[in-house]
Design a protein around this ligand. Structure first.
Ligand code: SAM
Length: 169
């Protein structure tokens, strides 16, 4: 999303730079060299740099496919396709009634990049948390569900005690 000069989105965590005439990435103040130059070349043989507007959000939403396959399987980091989202909304309306988006507060505890919430018409009723802070950054940069509360949280290692007390700070 960065052509070496300008960025298509504000506040993305990575920027493309050049060092000794080779592309490198600047991530949180540290410079990273490419792990796979051929993969990089093949990727940019398909997309323009930066990608055309119609592909940008799609690429950011599919960052799950860039995670190594073993880490991806361990975390269940697979994005939710939009036809599955449609089906889920049908089932929620069937179960909770057609006004569920107004009447219920939703907390998606493994929201990834938020595909399950983009269809929701009342983002102020949504809380979204997920394991990887980078997914939260993507949602902020792509302005996904702007009115929703978003935060990094590991719900399998939560801060709720055995007797149900929550450490709010
Ligand atoms: C099936 S994906 C959800 C996809 C999401 N609906 C989307 O479209 O991006 C499951 C998500 O849960 C996250 N996850 C895995 N373990 C978690 C944990 N312990 N706490 C919070 N999130 C977790 C993964 O990183 C992944 O983004």
């Amino acid at each position: 999303m960065h052509d070496g000069t300008t960025s298509t989105h504000d506040n993305l965590t990575a920027a493309l730079m050049h060092k000794n005439n080779a592309p490198v990435f600047l991530l949180e103040g540290k410079v990273y060299e490419l792990g796979n130059k051929e993969g990089y070349r093949q990727f940019w043989a398909i997309y323009h740099k930066p990608p055309k507007a119609e592909y940008r959000n799609y690429l950011l939403e599919r960052r799950d496919s860039l995670i190594p396959i073993d880490e991806r399987s361990f975390k269940g980091a697979f994005y939710t396709p939009l036809n599955v989202v449609d089906k889920a909304y049908d089932k929620l309306a069937e179960t909770l009634g057609k006004n569920w988006q107004k009447e219920y507060i939703v907390w998606d505890m493994c929201s990834g990049v938020g595909n399950l919430e983009v269809k929701h018409s009342n983002p102020r009723n949504i809380f979204m948390s997920t394991l990887d802070a980078a997914d939260i950054d993507v949602m902020k940069a792509t302005k996904t569900c702007v009115g929703a509360v978003k935060f990094q949280y590991d719900y399998l290692n939560d801060d709720i005690t055995d007797d149900g007390k929550i450490d709010y700070p």
